[in-house]
Write a protein that binds this ligand. Structure first.
Ligand code: PLP
Length: 399
């Protein structure tokens, strides 16, 4: 008899965006003449920048020549990319990491999901609520106990320490979906908490490139002691439009350790290396060359222009919603605007209203967790024209 992992029955069938897509497709099927604008799923719309495209073309040509073609990539990434990451993302911020603490991958979704492979099933996990659904779903798949840490206007979206001390804590800042951030002092409190309680922080910094204000940490390793307690996830998806190209990386410091049930201390870096070399065969050479070009001076200038374009969209959305008297959060250091639904509507009621009356798609806050009920997420990743049109349409809502 074939047995399934029964924890899969606990997560339900519908991934949030699948349900959004289902409702949108159903609407479109009934309203073929209507132009639906999506400010929903966090996917990019602007083309990949020329410096990256040039590097990809060059790498493709290398693949056409026996003298320069590459086969399997190193499991943890090519040195040329790892060195660019170390210099640009860390050394320039005063953080020294070793090359073998960086693990290049096909993106942060895989890594935030797969990291559970090296963690025991009995770990008690704390996850901010609302959150990127992968954290909760993958821990449920593994059968771990989860404590949710509500992040609401009442606590300024800064989670309180949980009643029961967790072993593993997921933090994502700048945050998806709320678009809010932690200051250095606020993040330091979590690092100190983890040091004191011997907990592991899984820090998702996928939106680091969107930070515009000073005193907001781009990396958790800006905080003293974090290398002893934190793994950090990064992504080229939103930073450089790689959602379809697939590249990210994870930092697992060698100082980071965890215990076996017998009390033996092991290195998480060694375990992750073992996991990746067994289950992952490297990110495509061509893509890694593209990622390397993100760090070139032209690449940096060009991606900053694209990020500024998205953040101008964020401003347009935020200002439009604020002018309507709605209460908004985020949109300053992150490409997401988190808005309180009008008239105490539920998140899905507001979704249906926007879709049916205004042909606008956003993401219901409740899809990111219970504490997201009564909220709604707009993304700044649309093109300018659609963003402006969507805001004009939203102005028709009667408050
Ligand atoms: N982490 C967060 C918080 C995200 O919002 C996303 C994508 O939306 C990811 C990770 C996944 O990124 P990637 O495209 O690198 O898999």
């Amino acid at each position: 008899m074939i047995q399934i992992n029964e924890h899969y029955t606990e997560i339900g069938n519908n991934y949030l965006f699948a349900e959004v897509a289902r409702r949108v497709n159903e609407y479109k099927g009934r309203n073929l003449d209507k132009k639906v604008i999506s400010l929903g799923i966090g996917d990019v719309t602007q083309p990949i920048v020329p410096a990256v495209i040039e590097a990809i073309h060059k790498a493709t040509d290398e693949m056409a020549d026996a003298k320069t073609m590459r086969g399997y990539a190193p499991d943890a990434g090519y040195d040329f990319l790892i060195h660019a990451i170390l210099k640009h993302d860390f050394l320039n911020r005063g953080i020294a990491l070793d090359a073998d603490e960086i693990f290049v991958s096909d993106g942060a979704k895989s890594d935030t999901g797969n990291i559970g492979d090296i963690l025991g099933k009995d770990n008690h996990v704390a996850i901010t609520d609302p959150a990127y659904p992968v954290y909760v779903d993958t821990n449920k798949m593994a059968g771990r106990k989860i404590d949710l840490l509500p992040c609401t206007p009442a606590n300024d979206f800064v989670p309180a320490f949980p009643a029961q001390t967790p072993d593993v804590i997921y933090l994502c800042y700048p945050n998806n979906p709320t678009g809010t951030v932690l200051t250095k002092d606020q993040l330091k409190k979590w690092v100190d908490y983890a040091l004191e309680h011997k907990a592991l922080i899984l820090f998702d910094a996928a939106y680091e490139a969107f930070i515009s204000e000073p005193n907001i940490p781009h990396s958790i390793y800006e905080i003293a002691g974090a290398k002893k307690v934190a793994i950090e996830f990064r992504s080229f998806s939103k930073t450089a439009g790689f959602t379809g190209m697939r590249a990210g990386y994870t930092v697992v410091p060698k100082e980071l350790t965890a215990q076996t049930s017998k009390g033996e201390t092991l290195s998480l870096n060694a375990l992750w290396k073992r996991r990746q070399s067994t289950k992952f065969n490297g990110t495509a050479y061509i893509v890694q060359r593209g990622a390397e070009a993100v760090f070139s001076p032209e690449g940096q200038r060009q991606i900053k222009e694209v990020i500024a374009y998205y953040m101008e969209n964020a401003k347009i959305i935020k200002n439009g919603l604020d002018a309507l008297g709605l209460t908004t959060y985020g949109g300053v250091n992150a490409p997401y605007i988190w808005v309180q639904t009008p008239n105490r509507m539920s998140s899905w009621e507001f979704f249906d209203l926007l879709l049916n009356d205004l042909q606008i798609v956003g993401t219901p806050g409740s899809g990111f967790g219970e504490a997201g009920e009564g909220f709604f997420r707009f993304t700044a990743f649309g093109n300018r024209e659609n963003t402006i049109e969507a805001v004009e349409r939203i102005k028709k809502i009667k408050n």
